[in-house]
Design a protein around this ligand. Structure first.
Ligand code: SF4
Length: 238
């Protein structure tokens, strides 16, 4: 049985809205770097198209790899017009070593073609339109809303899903359920911040395999930590 499963059984009280807000603040105090998407979205020549393509590249890929691949790609193909006419072998070479680079190369060219043909080169800003693009799911669409258009939404990736369940903000099985529950527990004014804070926190403190509970500012509120203490299992790592 995994520690996460054990945690839910041992101590399953979910956090109140007030506690959830406090926890968000503590996570904000803990993080020391911006995510790749924040960096891409705040660059001087950033566009919604670049945010969309970087988000697609980022799936199952570490942030530094995503950022470097995005920079190489956008140097030659900065918009849907140029990317829609590219050969996939060229794009594969530019974005390597992002995971599934050959599949992603074909997908981002397809997306560029659709944006060029159906949207006149303007990346859609509505959830239902984004979801119609090949390879774009709820997480990617929500990232575009948040990072490109400043539209309140909560993108839920593996970090957001894991951390929310460990702490006891939610008790869910899928990222979609987590998105629903987080949208309920957090007022809309916090939505723009949730993904950025949780992802950065998950990369540096509440890591997937070995969470750094010893140094974590959230531990006083964390179900996972409380259950480790209760059962006598020491926190995993400082
Ligand atoms: S105490 Fe541990 S499990 Fe809980 S949020 Fe912090 S690092 Fe994650």
């Amino acid at each position: 049985m995994s520690n996460l499963t054990k945690t839910v059984k041992l101590h399953a009280r979910l956090k109140t809205k007030k506690e959830a807000t406090k926890i968000l603040g503590l996570i904000g105090d803990s993080i020391e770097h911006d995510t790749a998407l924040r960096n891409v979205s705040t660059e001087r020549d950033s566009t919604p198209f670049k945010v969309l393509i970087s988000t697609m590249l980022s799936a199952r890929t570490r942030d530094p790899v995503t950022e470097a691949a995005s920079a190489r790609l956008f140097e030659f193909f900065p918009d849907s017009k140029s990317l829609s006419g590219a050969r996939s072998s060229r794009i594969s070479k530019l974005i390597y070593p992002v995971s599934f680079y050959q599949v992603k190369a074909k997908r981002i060219i397809s997306v560029a073609k659709i944006i060029e043909k159906d949207y006149g080169g303007k990346t859609p800003s509505k959830m239902d339109e984004l979801l119609e693009l090949p390879g774009v799911g709820r997480k990617t669409a929500n990232c575009v809303l948040v990072y490109a258009y400043n539209t309140p939404a909560i993108p839920v990736d593996v970090h957001v899903h894991r951390i929310s369940n460990r702490i006891g903000l939610v008790s869910t099985r899928t990222p979609e359920e987590t998105e629903q529950e987080l949208s309920r527990i957090y007022e809309e004014k916090y939505w723009l911040a949730v993904n950025e804070l949780f992802v950065s926190f998950g990369q540096t403190v509440c890591k997937p395999i070995v969470p750094r509970c010893g140094i974590c500012r959230v531990k006083a509120y964390c179900n996972y930590y409380e259950n480790l203490v209760r059962t006598g299992e020491s926190p995993v790592s400082a």
